[in-house]
Design a protein around this ligand. Structure first.
Ligand SMILES: C[S@@+](CC[C@H](N)C(=O)[O-])C[C@H]1O[C@@H](n2cnc3c(N)ncnc32)[C@H](O)[C@@H]1O
Length: 232
């Protein structure tokens, strides 16, 4: 698994295509007019956001996990949006069903490469639906990124049941502080997630939000009997 896994655009469970594929987005509300309740309603209406996750997605504010500078794909490259310079557009993007790049390599224009992103809310909801944790499940997330997905897990299951790992210590530091500001305290580890996180094992659910070519055997070793592993 490479350091900079791309953002997921499909969800697979146990290496197989999910029974319920991610439906294509059929925008009913333009991004400029989207609010979080509108996005939640849209995701719920298409069956992507289940009742089990609706409360967490409503309660956890995605904006609190996003940096002030984000980028979206404009077809040719990455268009930046600064919260300071264009707060209305930043808000609209935060509430839209869009993957937002949250960290870029330094470098000139087209040579810049995204190194972390906040996944599309549709993908986040689909992967959580496929994860289908029990209320008592202990969960390992690989790819902390902003900490938003970990916040949804911690909100629903309790912080003590959630461990999240990212290879980038700058990201884990930022995510830990964003989580703490929301009163959430999951275990946040800076490490290569390919090795899982043995001290927290066994896990009932393992979710990777970065790309993997194959499920690392360490995850299988750290999975409790009957565990579910969800990867992009
Ligand atoms: C799509 S982003 C994660 C989105 C995140 N779950 C969120 O809610 O914002 C993918 C993340 O995976 C991390 N990553 C890539 N390779 C990794 C690895 N081998 N171990 C741990 N994290 C990794 C990247 O640093 C990046 O932050």
């Amino acid at each position: 698994m490479g350091k900079h896994g791309g953002k997921p655009d499909t969800a697979e469970s146990d290496g197989h295509k999910p029974d319920k594929p991610i439906p294509p987005r059929t925008p009913t509300t333009p991004a400029q007019e989207m609010t979080m309740p509108a996005l939640v309603g849209e995701l719920a209406a298409t069956g992507v956001l289940t009742d089990e996750w609706r409360e967490a997605v409503t309660a956890v504010d995605r904006r609190r996990f996003l940096p002030d500078l984000i980028w979206t794909s404009d077809g040719d490259g990455w268009a930046p949006c600064s919260r300071t310079d264009d707060p209305e557009r930043w808000e609209a993007l935060a509430h839209s069903d869009t993957a937002l790049v949250t960290q870029m390599t330094a470098g000139p224009g087209s040579e810049r490469v995204p190194t972390s992103s906040a996944s599309m809310p549709r993908v986040v909801a689909t992967m959580l639906r496929e994860l289908a944790p029990e209320e008592s499940s202990r969960v390992l997330e690989i790819g902390t990124g902003t900490g938003y997905n970990a916040a949804l897990l911690a909100h629903r299951l309790g912080s003590h049941r959630v461990t999240t790992v990212d290879i980038d210590p700058d990201l884990t530091r930022r995510a830990r502080s964003a989580l703490a500001a929301q009163g959430l305290d999951p275990t946040v580890i800076a490490a290569d997630g390919e090795a899982g996180w043995p001290p927290g094992a066994p896990y009932d659910r393992i979710i990777a939000t970065c790309a993997v070519h194959q499920v690392p055997y360490a995850w299988v070793e750290q999975a409790a009997p009957g565990a579910v592993i969800v990867t992009p």
